[in-house]
Design a binder for this molecule. Structure first.
Ligand SMILES: [Zn+2]
Length: 424
């Protein structure tokens, strides 16, 4: 561990000091080390899962998706600790994070009719990671020395400093909106088709997915197509590739386990539909009607943790703090990644004047999404209440840096900073 830290410090020194090494083919030999790539992906994972509305809360279905992912990943040209997650979002989307974390939405899963379609999509994402597309993107946009520093700090488990937190915020946002080049897509398609065949599945599943997504483009286009355009060209290219590879006959297309898993996910759709309605009402400010939808969604599927998180936040707004706290605890039990359980627990405990416990909960929230402004505001409020003004100011400043200005606490934050003599 120590030797690695010294080495990366040395490398970043070398690169920072030599303008020649920063560009041109020489830089190719200084690539983001795999352990740092994995660390960055791991760090961004809870943020990605939170943005896509939490882990689909059925461990057996998760285990199924994981096992299918592993069938593909074991043949990947690049060996990494690949992991696969099904998330609650109703978008039609799938993506990977650096280091091999692969995420697929409930919405996309529900348009599959055969296991080979799931395999095709997961294999395509493994293809991107295997070809280092994410790593190369990070190297190009952030520069290697910064990446090495961030990676080293994450691996070292150090308390992250302001600059690194701000960088992480931008890395997270960029990775979640990442678009690859046409050539990179072609490469991921090629690796994906090869992996699908090696895993024993019919690679035409991928073409079926393209066709379905294309049919969805009337109306609002599916999200996976916004990062994966040109379905027509790709259907043609992937078909040609499959013909060239001459896959053996009788490749697997479906399985009883897929049919079982899809039925399970389908059975909770009414609960998620209510949740979506609740969300729409919530953003229009119709909180009471929204709450009724969320409560009904939880009744239909008692593990619907994202509906619980919304309901808990409405309880908080209504001053039903203990109810919010109880629900937040449930969210935490169901989903270890989702920010909202820990965040709402932190706010509820603050409101109950249980400041030390609130700080603990908010630090857990911070471990999940380091760059979420509200965490710093409420940490500041706790420290101010405890009389530690120096710490309170430190957190308030960070909250101000990360805030968008639209937060419900934003004006209060500015008032406090004026009062404490930080803003003039
Ligand atoms: Zn792709």
């Amino acid at each position: 561990m120590k030797a690695k830290a010294v080495l990366s410090a040395f490398l970043s020194f070398l690169i920072a000091c030599s303008p020649l090494l920063n560009r041109g083919p020489t830089a190719e030999s200084f690539i983001l080390p795999t352990d740092k790539e994995i660390a960055i992906g791991q760090k961004v994972l809870p943020e990605a899962i939170t943005q896509f509305e939490g882990i689909y809360p059925d461990p057996e279905v998760q285990e199924y998706v994981r096992s299918i992912g592993q069938l593909v990943a074991q043949h990947a040209p690049r060996k990494l600790p690949y992991e696969f997650f099904l998330v609650n979002s109703s978008q039609l989307n799938a993506f990977a994070l650096p280091g091999g974390k692969i995420i697929i939405t409930r919405g996309l899963f529900l348009i599959f009719d055969e296991e080979s379609e799931l395999v095709g999509v997961l294999a395509h994402e493994v293809g991107h990671v295997s070809a280092r597309h994410h790593a190369r993107f990070l190297e190009k946009t952030l520069g290697l020395s910064l990446l090495l520093q961030i990676g080293a700090l994450i691996i070292g488990g150090d308390d992250l400093k302001e600059r690194v937190i701000l960088q992480l915020a931008s890395i997270g946002a960029t990775l979640l909106a990442l678009k690859f080049s046409r050539d990179q897509e072609r490469e991921a398609d090629r690796i994906g088709v090869e992996l699908t065949i090696k895993a024993g599945y019919d690679p035409r599943g991928m073409i079926k997915v393209f066709r379905k997504l294309k049919a969805h483009t009337k109306g609002s286009p599916p999200e996976w197509l916004s990062t994966h355009p040109l379905p027509e060209t790709r259907i043609k290219e992937v078909s040609e590739l499959i013909e060239k590879l001459k896959p053996p006959p009788n490749l697997k297309r479906n399985s009883p386990r897929f049919i079982w898993a899809k039925k399970r996910v389908e059975s909770t759709k009414p609960s998620y539909d209510l949740y979506e309605e609740g969300k729409r009402l919530y953003t229009r400010g119709r909180k009471d009607e929204a709450l009724a939808k969320f409560e009904k969604a939880i009744e239909l599927f008692p593990r619907n943790q994202i509906a619980m998180a919304y309901a808990a936040s409405i309880y908080l707004e209504k001053g039903l703090v203990k109810r919010a706290l109880a629900l937040a605890e449930k969210v935490i039990q169901i989903d270890p990644y989702l920010l909202w359980g820990w965040y709402i627990k932190g706010i509820a405990l603050f409101k109950l004047k249980r400041y030390k416990e609130s700080i603990q909960a908010l630090n857990e929230a911070k471990k999940r999404v380091e760059s979420y402004a509200g965490i710093y505001y409420y940490l500041g409020r706790n420290y101010e209440a405890l009389g530690d003004i120096r710490k309170a100011i430190e957190y308030y400043r960070m909250a101000l840096k990360l805030a968008t200005g639209k937060e419900p606490w934003y004006e209060d934050l500015r008032r406090r900073l004026y009062r404490l003599g930080v803003l003039f």
